[in-house]
Ligand binder design. Sequence first.
Ligand code: ZN
Length: 179
Amino acid sequence: MNSPDDTPGSTVCPGCGSVLPSSGWPEAPKYNATPECAEVAGELLGYEVQNAARLGYLHQLRIDAYGAQHVAPDGPRIGPVFALNGLYMFLERGSGNLDVRTAHGIMANSFDDWPRLVPPARVGELTAYDVLTAGGVDEVESTLLRWAREVWEAWPDAERAAVRKLTVEIVPERYFRHQ
Ligand SMILES: [Zn+2]
């Protein structure tokens, strides 16, 4: 039943396209991801915790980059809205973890008619696996930043414009570090 192109014992992540050896990990229903890619995301969290002094400021960015790259087609609409909001606030407004988490809380309590944001077929080239295996902490940090920016820039202009507009309407200016 395998075509000649199939690599036996490996999986292709529908979100980021990473090809990883099959593992016994359970399904990851929250994300459009293979269990193997979700396992990588968990290992990346572990690496971040071990290197919190260096990587802690990227905690929310990592979550949002992964979320924006692995949007479940039937998931709640707020999922990709939050993910893109976080990417926008970090990358274009200089906002930190707490700013973005606070913004998510404000957004969740102030609005519920979210647009359905549909990701492009390929959401950037870099993956969480690339970040995890980049090398030492310097390389992980720089690759995580490149990954997040690639994911943000891969989304269509219309979706990004919608998220910018929603964010500016709902989130108070004090959570933006630059205007
Ligand atoms: Zn993936």
